[in-house]
Ligand binder design. Structure first.
Ligand code: FES
Length: 200
C-alpha cells in the first residue's frame, strides 16, 4: 500500500515530499472525555477554594467575634427631691408630670402624693409618641386622637388601654433609675409595684 503521506513533485518526479498529516477537524475543541475530565477538575478546585474560604471566614469570626451593640436602656434621672412641687393633686391624684425626658428618652415622670412612676410615652394604639398638655392635664396622641388622664389612663380615641409604665427604682447612690427596656402594662403596675414609694 502506497504511503499516502508521500506526494510526487511534477517537476522532479524523483523527489517526493511528505504530506502534512491530515488536519484533524476537531482540533481546538475538547473531546467529550476531555470535557468531562476538565469539568471534574474545575469542580474539584472550586470545592477546594470554597472550603478554604469558609475556613478563613470561620477563623476570622473566632478571633474577631461580631458584637451587637445595644443602646443603653438604664438612665439615672435625679433624686426624689427633684420631683416635688407644692401643687395639690389633681382629680387623678397626680401632683406633677415631668416631661423633660419625653424628647430623648420617651417617658414622663409622674409624681403622686406617695409615689413616683415613669409613664411610657408610646401610644398603645399604634405606637406614636404622646404629648403632655399641662393646661388640660391630658396626654394626647397626635396620630389618631387617643387621650389619657394625667395618670396615663385612656379616656378617648382608639387606644385599647392605658399608657404602659417603665421599671423604676432607687440605686445604691440614692438616684432614681428608669429602665426603658422593662415595660409593664397598667394591670401589672399596682400588682408588681412598678413605682417608688415616697414619704408624703
Ligand atoms: S397611635 Fe395613638 S391613637 Fe393611634
Amino acid at each position: 500500500m502506497a504511503n499516502e503521506s508521500l506526494k510526487q513533485c511534477p517537476d522532479h518526479p524523483s523527489l517526493s515530499q511528505e504530506l502534512a498529516p491530515p488536519r484533524n477537524i476537531s482540533a481546538g475543541r475538547f473531546s467529550r472525555r476531555e470535557f468531562v475530565q476538565k469539568g471534574i477538575s474545575v469542580a474539584a478546585w472550586g470545592g477546594l477554594l470554597f472550603s478554604a474560604g469558609a475556613g478563613v471566614k470561620l477563623g476570622v469570626q473566632f478571633f474577631y467575634p461580631s458584637v451587637v451593640f445595644h443602646p443603653p436602656s438604664v438612665f439615672e434621672i435625679g433624686r426624689i427631691h427633684d420631683f416635688i412641687t407644692g401643687d395639690a393633686p389633681d382629680a387623678h391624684g397626680v401632683i406633677l408630670v415631668d416631661d423633660r425626658f419625653k424628647k430623648d428618652l420617651r417617658f414622663f415622670v409622674v409624681r403622686e402624693k406617695n409615689r413616683i412612676y415613669a409613664l411610657y410615652a408610646r401610644c398603645p394604639h399604634l405606637g406614636c409618641t404622646v404629648n403632655w398638655f399641662s393646661g388640660i392635664r391630658t396626654y394626647k396622641c397626635p396620630c389618631h386622637g387617643s387621650e389619657f388622664h394625667s395618670n396615663g389612663v385612656n379616656f378617648a380615641g382608639p387606644s385599647p388601654r392605658p399608657l404602659d409604665r417603665l421599671h423604676i427604682q432607687i440605686n445604691a447612690a440614692g438616684n432614681i433609675v428608669v429602665d426603658t427596656d422593662r415595660i409593664y402594662a397598667y394591670a401589672e403596675f399596682e400588682e408588681k409595684k412598678i413605682y417608688i414609694e415616697t414619704i408624703a
